[in-house]
Write a protein that binds this ligand. Structure first.
Ligand code: HSE
Length: 441
């Protein structure tokens, strides 16, 4: 029986997951499709003596795989920008459909790649690019396609969530938690992408484009990393009824303005997203018809991500396997004509925040903080003052920790107050600022 022939570029963490699942579940996949999925070729940078590659053509050059006439679908799992883009372009030029997990490439160069694919009548599928094994792309594209989506909120970087969870639950240091995440295969080749929130920004770029029908625009995402979060902030959050998460948000307000960002945020402990621990991911999508929906699962790792890659392979195979089908000309995820977005600015954005000050324990400091905030129209909802314990026998000056939870205020006003406060000699360390997202369910 004629099957669909795939070529896999890259047998790293995800590629190996795809290989293993396709070999383990061969019969099941064939039964579901009505025809087999065959790996006919791979491209490898390093030998894989642990795999039986005797039945596949092994290329050392990914460009040769992209043009291999014995493949129907090119599966790009090498990651990165230059080589991956060149190979995808070559595959499209050769008339092949593409499956990719490459969120960075899609978020930053996806517009041109999708256009080229569309012109050639080829499909690009990318379920594995966002939230690993969770079928959230398919949910937006299919299950929720009747809805006007107002919000997508997600924990979509397993490494960052693993680190923040381990720091909070087991008092692990940032460094140890990151090393563990790397050992478990969650982290990017360059973990800066995980801890500086760039990886999650790539993913929310893709989700926002799908949710709101806007172009992929990575540059519109406001991004802040998680490296400044300290164990003290995690403890404070717990006492105040919050958890700190690297939160990716894409919202559209009543005027149609779009706000896309990723940063550490305090969310209420009672929110469902607050219960997403370890490397797990979750995405909450709110649609006008359906209301809130929550998608939860493994967001990284070999087989969870491999599962999403194979779902795409099977979907393309279903669309294109029978020659009578003309579905291939319809893009799977995006309509070609998308509406340009209008983005929210710091002038429009209202935000409550957790502020932590390290100050001298002297008269008037508290009043000064309250005054600077109130001068900018930033109201105080809660305030906790605690002496900072000094080392025994220390004769140095006494410091206090002041934690303020603000009422929602324009982001610009808060910045103005904080800039003035940073300049004060009473403030002894950089002010810790963590936005509060009380609206997250
Ligand atoms: N580095 C990513 C994460 C891998 O930690 O979520 C999955 O995209």
């Amino acid at each position: 029986m004629k099957g669909v022939r795939i070529g896999i570029a890259g047998l790293g963490t995800v590629g190996t997951g795809v290989w293993n699942i396709l070999h383990r579940n061969t019969d099941l996949i064939q039964a579901r499709l009505g025809f087999p999925v065959e790996i006919t070729a791979v491209a490898l940078r390093r030998p894989r003596p642990d795999l039986d590659l005797s039945k596949v053509k092994v290329h050392s050059d990914v460009m040769q795989l992209a043009c291999d006439e014995n493949i129907d679908i090119f599966v790009e799992l090498i990651g990165g920008y230059k080589d991956a883009a060149a190979a995808i372009r070559a595959a499209i030029a050769a008339g092949k459909h593409v499956v990719t997990a490459n969120k960075a490439l899609l978020a930053e160069q996806g517009e041109s790649l999708l256009k080229e694919a569309d012109e050639k009548g080829c499909l690009i599928a990318f379920e594995a690019a966002v939230a690993g094994g969770i079928p959230v792309i398919k949910a937006l594209r299919e299950g929720l396609c009747a809805n006007s989506v107002s919000s997508v909120a997600g924990i979509i970087n397993g490494t960052a969530n693993y680190i923040l969870s381990a720091m909070s639950e087991s008092q692990q240091s940032f460094e140890v938690a990151l090393l563990d995440a790397q050992k478990l295969g969650y982290a990017e080749a360059d973990p800066t992408f995980d801890i500086q929130s760039i990886d999650a920004a790539h993913k929310i770029t893709i989700l926002a484009a799908l949710a709101f029908g806007i172009p992929l625009n990575f540059n519109a995402v406001k991004t802040q990393g998680i490296t400044h979060i300290t164990p003290l902030d995690l403890v404070n959050a717990e006492h105040l009824g919050y958890r700190i998460k690297q939160l990716a948000l894409a919202r559209r307000d009543a005027n149609g303005k779009v706000d896309i960002r990723v940063h550490p945020a305090m969310i209420p402990k009672t929110a469902m997203l607050a219960s997403v621990h370890g490397a797990m991911n979750a995405v909450m999508i709110i649609g006008d018809a359906v209301g809130p929906t929550l998608f939860y699962g493994a967001g990284a790792g070999s087989e969870p991500t491999g599962s999403a890659v194979i779902a795409d392979i099977m979907e393309i195979a279903r669309h294109t396997h029978h020659e009578s089908s003309n579905a291939a000309v319809h893009p799977l995820a995006f309509s070609v004509e998308r509406i340009p977005a209008q983005y929210l600015t710091a002038d429009d954005r209202q935000q409550s925040a957790y502020l932590r000050f390290t100050v001298a324990d002297s008269t008037g400091v508290l009043a000064f903080i309250a005054q600077q905030l109130s001068q900018q129209g930033v109201g105080i909802e809660r305030l906790v003052q605690t002496p900072i314990e000094m080392e025994e026998n220390s004769n140095g000056p006494q410091f206090m920790s002041i934690v303020v939870i603000t009422h929602p205020a324009p982001e610009k006003a808060l910045h103005a107050a904080l800039t003035a406060l940073e300049l004060s000699s009473a403030v002894k360390a950089p002010i810790q600022v963590i936005p509060i997202e009380a609206r997250v369910c």
